[in-house]
Design a protein around this ligand. Sequence first.
Ligand code: SF4
Length: 233
Amino acid sequence: MNTDELRERLRFLNDIGIKELRLPPVAMAPPTKIDILPSLSPDGDTLARISADIGDCTRCKLHAGRNKIVFGSGNENARLVFVGEGPGADEDAQGFPFVGRAGQLLTQMIDGTASKEGIPIRRSDTYICNVVKCRPPENRTPEPDEMAICGEFLFRQLMTIKPKAICALGSTAAKAVLGTKDGVMKLRGNWHKWRDIPVMVTYHPSYLLRPYNQNAKREAWEDLKKVLHYVYD
Ligand code: SF4
């Protein structure tokens, strides 16, 4: 690893909230390969190259239970990227993000809000991906080591697309993108930043599907309205 690559990797670790590195005692240091991931920002990176680098990935333990890697989908030149947590059962079966009930709600939210606000876009004009590309068992929250490893691919996707704004759906996405421990309720409704890109945090659609979350639903629509107007006005 050269100096630039080391600097980039440290910046990435800082982005995901790892502020301090403790080196293992020499006797415990891994004897073999340290760099298990390709460079964080290869020149001329593309989504196709990132997908190829992921390959038949076994870099974290989530590979064991997956059917399909869910890389992401949508417009490669999108001005808006939605980031979710990880694939669920439907996504794992089909290989595409947000295709289950939560995905249908997300589609309704994007298409419905855009149309109501007179903004001529649909879900397919945006790009959608997750922090981890393989389904966690029993839909549990991805663990920090899984997020740290797979998050590198997410960051490459974001660096490649360079959207005008990012919308983080739920606490896990917010944590991965902003490196914060704060929850959605504290973060939502205001702009944050990942590198130079504005980030809006809002509720994950699966949370909004719960019947007692009417208030959250209204707030999520407000957040989305703010994002759509910022990006497309
Ligand atoms: S979640 Fe990401 S890092 Fe882990 S096995 Fe799947 S593609 Fe690889």
